[in-house]
Design a protein around this ligand. Structure first.
Ligand code: F6R
Length: 242
């Protein structure tokens, strides 16, 4: 695990965008695993800026998002699909047919997850997987558990995740209670992993991910076993890592 210390959120975002753009430059038909949430927004904005300057071309890139709320359709403003369009896809020359997000509108959880899993597998998994980290150490929506998850599956979100995500909804009652998420095993198949973290609220999770025991109680801790994992975090998120 490589840890890159950044001054602040802007610095973290620029460095993360640099790694993502290097991947796209080195392999124009790269398969990117993407995340939603607050943390990657700055990196996506930076990628858009470089695209607008003519420095980046997304025309051959394919993307595979980590997760989606169960019960939300693609065009629901709270859906992760909508988030990706608003924060990245609508602003670059990516072919929307090459962008993939689990289908939260499919009520058949097993079928929706199995078909997403097959899609990622048939693609050969991702070249670069971008991850945020939850305050409780979750990656994707793989919450603390007794065992590491494998493929895409339906999860019940924990109270702490519902609470953390409620800031993006009008009220906490509007936050969906379930999500479809790539499993830990699928995430670990990425050729390279890039974890980004910002702010003191992530400090414990970042410490546990990097230096704690590898345990499904802290899903991100398994990333210690990945052979090409980079953590880019700001001073506050690295506050417990001296
Ligand atoms: C989102 C995702 C989540 C977030 C995590 C951190 O696709 O998979 O694991 O990365 O909850 O969220 P933020 O960035 O909002 O703190």
């Amino acid at each position: 695990m490589r840890i890159i210390r950044c001054k602040d959120y802007a610095d973290m975002s620029r460095k993360a965008a640099n790694i993502i753009s290097a991947q796209v430059i080195m392999k124009p038909h790269a398969r990117l695993g993407l995340a939603t949430g607050t943390t990657p927004i700055g990196a996506y904005q930076q990628l858009i800026e470089w695209y607008e300057k003519g420095d980046l071309d997304f025309s051959e890139v394919s993307t595979y998002n980590l997760d989606e709320y169960r019960g939300l359709s693609h065009d629901d403003p709270q859906s992760y699909h909508y988030f990706m369009c608003k924060n990245l896809f609508d602003h670059v020359n990516i072919d929307l047919a090459r962008t993939h997000v689990p289908d939260g509108s499919d009520p058949d959880a097993q079928a929706a997850c199995a078909s997403y899993d097959a899609l990622v597998k048939e693609a050969g998994y991702t070249d670069l997987q971008l991850l945020g980290i939850g305050n409780n150490g979750h990656i994707g929506f793989n919450e603390p558990d007794d065992a590491f998850s494998k493929g895409t599956h339906c999860v019940d979100l924990t109270e702490s995740t519902i609470q953390a995500n409620s800031r993006l909804f009008e009220s906490i009652d509007d936050v969906p209670r379930q999500a479809y998420t790539m499993g830990v095993q699928t995430i670990m198949r990425a050729r390279a992993i890039l974890v980004i973290a910002s702010g003191a609220a992530k400090a414990q999770a970042v410490y546990d991910m990097c230096f704690g025991p590898v345990t499904p109680r802290v899903p991100a801790s398994i990333l210690q076993l990945h052979t090409n994992c980079t953590v880019i975090a700001d001073e506050a998120a690295l506050g417990l890592c001296s």
